[in-house]
Design a protein around this ligand. Structure first.
Ligand code: CP
Length: 339
């Protein structure tokens, strides 16, 4: 192993590493540094995952997460196996003591231990129902896999969080600051998370997770702006400035992260779809030449305008490409723990 520091993750009481939120990270800057090192040295540790298998379970669609995690695993010598549970697997039951007389075919209590025998690391994408907030925010699906698989579990997006996306976002912000792409008059860069319109009710995962990572990182002056009634869960936004005045929020911003989410309090609703909230070049003029970010996929000219997406300030493609290095940093940390 190179001189890259290890032990960047916080081990849970089980002693089995996991990556489901920023709370699983001991050294955020260390993990970012490691990811950027892999960007320059992608094949440096090709024997780290030799003879090891990684399972990627998808209960929902994905493009970036699916491909980038496979590339990251292969860069480390692992064999990835993708299983589209949602379309191709038996319908899973997650409730304890369920009487399985309905449509669910297999209990996670039976399926997860088998995954734990087949794989060395298990990655899972679940999604929220957006119908029952308590159920979604209990994170039952991913918690049951952690409980019964007996091997490290990585979230590829859960009901409430998207940690690999957020790590990627922080990598991209750090890289941009380091390359002098952004010069800021502030002691800390000003980062703004702005709500954007959308035609569908979307999860709060990306917004929750981005807020959680940026506030825990502590290296930014962080503002969240959204229309009334779109408040996020305070457990993720504590420490941020929150305003319903988008123009005020955008003033002097160095980075603008654009994302739609549905309502949290009256759960999973669309209250407002005001096109005025879409980021345009005119609004960007309020910022400090801010770089624009989005996790993708994006609805063009609904969520973000063509002029922004195709403009010089967008770092969205770079952001998506950095998904590989975020996944590689996390996988290498877990593999080092196993070796
Ligand atoms: N940003 C993101 O997670 O993209 P996918 O849903 O395509 O994986």
């Amino acid at each position: 192993m190179s001189s890259i520091p290890a032990n960047l993750l916080q081990l849970p009481s089980s002693g089995i590493p996991q990556f489901i939120s920023v709370n699983d990270v001991r050294d955020i800057n260390g993990l970012v540094k490691r990811a950027l090192w892999y960007k320059s040295n992608p094949f440096a540790h090709q024997s780290l995952g030799k003879n090891k298998k990684i399972g990627l379970l998808f209960l929902n669609p994905s493009m970036r997460t699916r491909i980038s995690t496979q590339i990251a695993a292969q860069n480390l010598g692992m064999e990835p196996i993708v299983f589209n549970v949602g379309n191709e697997g038996w319908a899973l039951e997650f409730e304890e003591e369920a009487i399985m007389s309905g449509s669910k075919v297999e209990h996670v209590k039976d399926a997860a231990p088998i995954m734990g025998k087949y794989f060395d690391i298990l990655c899972i994408r679940t999604f929220p129902s957006l119908k029952n907030r308590e159920d979604d925010y209990s994170e039952l699906f991913i918690k049951q896999f952690i409980k019964y698989a007996g091997i490290p579990v990585i979230s590829l997006e859960s009901a409430t969080l998207h940690p690999l996306q957020s790590l990627t976002d922080l990598i991209t912000i750090t890289e941009t600051l380091q390359s002098n792409g952004t010069t800021t008059p502030h002691a800390k860069p000003k980062i703004v998370l702005t709500w954007a319109p959308h035609v569908k009710a979307l999860p709060q995962c990306v917004a929750n997770s981005f807020s959680q990572w940026i506030t825990n990182w502590g290296g930014a002056d962080f503002t969240i702006t959204h229309p009334e009634d779109y408040e996020l869960d305070e457990q993720f936004t504590r420490g941020a400035t929150i305003t319903t005045n988008q123009e005020e929020a955008l003033k002097d911003a160095d980075f603008v992260y654009v994302k739609n989410w549905s309502t949290y309090r009256d759960y999973g609703k669309i209250y407002c779809n005001d096109p005025e909230w879409m980021l345009t070049n005119e609004k960007l003029r309020l910022t400090n030449g801010a770089k624009v970010m989005h996790c993708l996929p994006v609805r063009r000219n609904v969520e973000l305008s063509d002029e922004i997406l195709d403009g010089a300030n967008s770092i969205i493609t770079r952001e998506a490409s950095n998904r590989v290095w975020a996944a590689q940093a996390v996988l290498s940390e877990i593999l080092q723990h196993q070796s």
